[in-house]
Design a protein around this ligand. Structure first.
Ligand code: AMP
Ligand code: MG
Length: 472
């Protein structure tokens, strides 16, 4: 069978203010590392030979129907507005429609320079490519909205960072790559025509039932409120929640310095560039509200009565913390076995989290341990846990499906940072076995897999990864 991607490109049909046409740059020796055949099928692609996949998903050969472009966007990075970012190392090949008529972007990341590259080389090295492949697919398997990974290809070229490193290209699949920053760039430029077009395109593509700027704002707020609550429940730290990394369709995007918690520390920060802890674990609900305020600001010029718009949008954004709290309660309620919440349940949850923080317990293993009976082993202060557990058991006594609910909401496996780093170190040496093993295990995160018990272990002191880095 030959590779066939049934492209149907709508973004490329928009005005050229939204992007720059640019081809990916062919690479020297494209070699396929991984290909997600299941995802390919889902998004309407007929898979071909390994050689075709390596060439097309490294940008070395253009598949029929490709209309390559780099998207323009701006964004607040760590709270400061950057008026022009854009795809500096990515090229959108085009879109497909899957069997269920959902539309997907197919984008190469690390495919060479674009007009938005500034001083960057437009390339990616193997580490961040494998990291994103693994993390995004792990999030998908956990049931969290996310961009996906279709392929990873090594380029046979060297990329220069602090040292020479092997180059690679990731093929990312997303509901779209429209970000808060895509709206911001046109609002900041005062280009209301483009802003209006973008609004119509976005509503049509993602939220056909929503009406106008306020409808879009409310829809994005709803999607992001749920997303962040889901992140929290699995101990995920995005690490770089800049508005350019905040996607309108509500998927997790941009797996740079992200990480899962090992021991529970609400103020945990991994990103090496996040010196003030702006994107610390427990700040994520506040930051997403801040990001939605930036989206609201960018949509104001589209409203006929701007004063009234400010009042309406402020109300919408101010309603978000409660929305997040509701999703948070539902997500954490399920982790302790509850699907129908009663007054007092939130206190039960927060008291457990406080005990977990005080005892620096392993986040994932403690929650899973509630099901298996091993949670207590995680605590130094066992008396504190016992007192809590007594009240919890009383609460569960008339909840028949608690065990099933806990099994479905407390993963056994997360992509532990030290495992990810070990996997990258091996891959750089040409050993991809740890990557493939992790990929396979993390595809079934809620299943006990006895031969992967080592992957449930937190890092030893020597294995701890103190910092993560942006995916450049
Ligand atoms: P990120 O940290 O991935 O959100 O990227 C922020 C901005 O930097 C985006 O505009 C990227 O396209 C750009 N960028 C990151 N790495 C590179 C690179 N190697 N070459 C060119 N641009 C880059
Ligand atoms: Mg980004």
């Amino acid at each position: 069978m030959r590779l066939n991607i049934p492209f149907d490109n709508t973004y490329a049909a928009l005005d050229e203010v939204f992007f720059s046409r640019v081809n990916p740059v062919a690479v020297k020796d494209p070699t396929l590392i991984a290909y997600n055949a299941e995802l390919a099928k889902e998004i309407g692609i007929t898979s071909g030979t390994e050689d075709e996949h390596a060439k097309v998903f490294s940008g070395t050969r253009l598949a029929k129907g490709t209309d390559p472009l780099a998207q323009l966007y701006a964004g607040h990075q760590f709270g400061h507005y950057s008026p022009q970012l854009g795809d500096g190392r990515a090229v959108l090949l085009g879109e497909t429609c899957g069997s269920d008529n959902r539309r997907w972007d197919i984008q190469l990341k690390g495919s060479g320079p674009t007009p938005y590259s500034r001083r960057g080389d437009g390339r990616a090295w193997l580490g961040p490519v494998l990291r994103e492949y693994l993390m995004s697919e792990a999030m998908h398997a956990l049931g969290i909205p996310t961009t996906r990974a279709l392929a990873a290809v090594s380029t046979g070229e060297t990329v220069f960072r602090e040292s020479p490193l092997p180059g690679a290209v990731l093929t990312r699949v997303a509901a779209s790559h429209i970000r808060v920053g895509t709206f911001q760039v046109f609002a900041a430029r005062g280009d209301v025509t483009a802003l209006q077009k973008l609004l119509e395109y976005t509503l049509n593509r993602h939220y056909p039932d929503a009406d106008g700027p306020l409808g879009l704002l409310n829809a994005v707020i709803a999607a992001q409120a749920q997303l962040v609550a889901k992140w929290m429940s699995v101990g995920f730290i995005h690490g770089v929640m800049n508005t350019d990394n905040c996607q309108i369709a509500g998927e997790t995007i941009d797996y740079g310095p992200c990480a899962f918690l090992d021991h529970y520390d609400p103020m945990a920060v991994f990103s090496s560039i996040d010196r003030q802890g702006r994107y610390a674990f427990s700040n994520q609900p506040d930051i997403i509200v801040w990001n939605m305020a930036q989206l609201a600001t960018a949509l104001i010029p589209l409203m006929p009565d701007q004063e009234k718009a400010v009042a309406l949008f402020t109300t919408a954004v101010h309603a978000m913390p409660q929305l997040i709290r509701d999703h948070w309660s539902r997500a954490y309620g399920a982790k302790i076995g509850l699907t129908v919440l009663r007054p007092g349940d939130d206190t039960l949850i927060t008291e457990l989290l406080q005990l977990m923080a005080d005892n620096s317990v392993d986040y994932t293993n403690t929650f899973r341990g509630l099901l298996t009976g091993h949670a207590r082993d995680q605590f130094d202060n066992t008396a504190g846990f016992d007192t809590w557990a007594e009240r919890w058991r009383q609460r569960l006594c008339d909840v028949p499906d608690a065990e099933t609910v806990m099994a479905q909401n407390n993963p056994v496996f997360i992509a532990r940072n030290h495992r990810v780093e070990q996997m990258i170190a091996a891959a750089v040496e040409g050993d991809f076995a740890p990557f493939h093993r992790l990929r396979k295990v993390l595809a079934r995160p809620y299943d006990t897999q006895p031969d992967a018990a080592d992957l449930t272990q937190p890092p030893t002191p020597q294995e701890v990864v103190p910092a993560t880095f942006c995916g450049t």
